[in-house]
Design a protein around this ligand. Structure first.
Ligand code: SAM
Length: 284
């Protein structure tokens, strides 16, 4: 299905939507590209898609054209609202837009969910709050989470940190948080020139699906603490970097079966999870 709406360049001109840096605005104007991103999100016919920052609506139109049952969007810049209303009208009200800050949203109550519907998140995230939002969604206390998938555009460097494996210099806290109870990959590479205005760096779309945690008994707060301390001094051996924990680091490493001379950057996600489990047990 192709919509009968005007091209995005015209929309931007008509509603005077010049991109503002303060809102992290870099718009995608190529509807073939936004439809391609929408397809990464999966079968949308039974899905309610949550979109952060629709802007003039490039990705929104991609999601609707690819058959999303409903799209619920949160946009901070009120200048975009009239253009988004046009889209909603063209798609028979399948788009609902809330003005506000995505960091403050309680998404499940905003989205609602009927029998048989899946909730998904798809967004070309504003770079200034993108990582914060990702961490908000990856650290939900309830698992399985309310969303079935995340399809998110980040600066390439951030996307690489999310999917990085041990031994890679991008491997760190984001990699462990994204991989201990989810499957994640880079799905689309997007050159800087695809955006208006073009940012300085390339971007990439990641696709994430939650799964069973490696160890369901590990407490998220223990994992976050251990990972934070280990990567806080990533070049040091763990026997040194874990000294700031309130347990004997040598006893902890030995009980977890991890060499005291290992470094955070070489520890697998499974080993981090084991470390957190043993740490939690030692603290109780
Ligand atoms: N989705 C559009 C596209 O792909 O062309 C715009 C993407 S642009 C990178 C990010 C959008 O997020 C902007 O429209 C901006 O106004 C909006 N935004 C920035 N901070 C936000 C926040 N905290 N909550 C909701 N929207 C925000």
């Amino acid at each position: 299905m192709t919509d009968k709406l005007p091209p995005l360049r015209e929309v931007i001109r008509e509603f005077d939507l010049r991109a503002k840096k303060s809102f992290g605005q870099n718009f995608l104007l190529d509807l073939n590209l936004t439809r391609k991103i929408a397809r990464v999100a999966g079968d949308l016919s039974d899905s309610v898609v949550y979109e952060v920052g629709p802007g003039p609506g490039g990705l929104t139109r991609g999601l609707l054209a690819e058959g999303a049952k409903r799209v619920v969007a949160v946009e901070m810049d009120e200048r975009c609202l009239p253009a988004l209303e046009q889209i909603s009208a063209a798609y028979g009200g399948a788009l609902t837009v809330h003005k506000g800050d995505a960091l403050e949203m309680d998404e499940p109550s905003l989205l609602g969910q009927s029998e048989g519907e899946k909730l998904r998140i798809a967004s070309n995230l504003p770079y200034n709050v993108g990582t914060m939002l990702l961490i908000k969604w990856l650290t939900l206390p309830e698992w399985k989470p309310w969303f079935a998938s995340l399809t998110l555009m980040f600066q390439r460097e951030v996307a690489e940190r999310i999917v990085a494996k041990p031994g890679n210099k991008a491997y760190g806290r984001l990699s462990v948080l994204a991989q201990w109870r989810g499957k994640v990959r880079i799905a689309v590479s997007v050159p800087a020139a695809a955006f208006t205005p073009a940012p300085k760096v390339a971007s990439a779309v990641i696709h994430y699906e939650p799964c069973e945690p490696i160890d369901p008994l590990v407490k998220l707060k223990d994992l976050e603490l251990v990972v934070e301390r280990a990567f806080g001094q990533r070049r040091k051996m763990l026997r040194a970097s874990l000294k700031s924990l309130p347990v004997d680091p040598l006893a902890l490493l030995s009980a977890a079966g991890i060499k005291e001379t290992s470094r955070a950057e070489n520890l697998s996600v499974e080993e981090f999870v084991r470390l957190a489990r043993v740490y939690g047990d030692m603290r109780t």
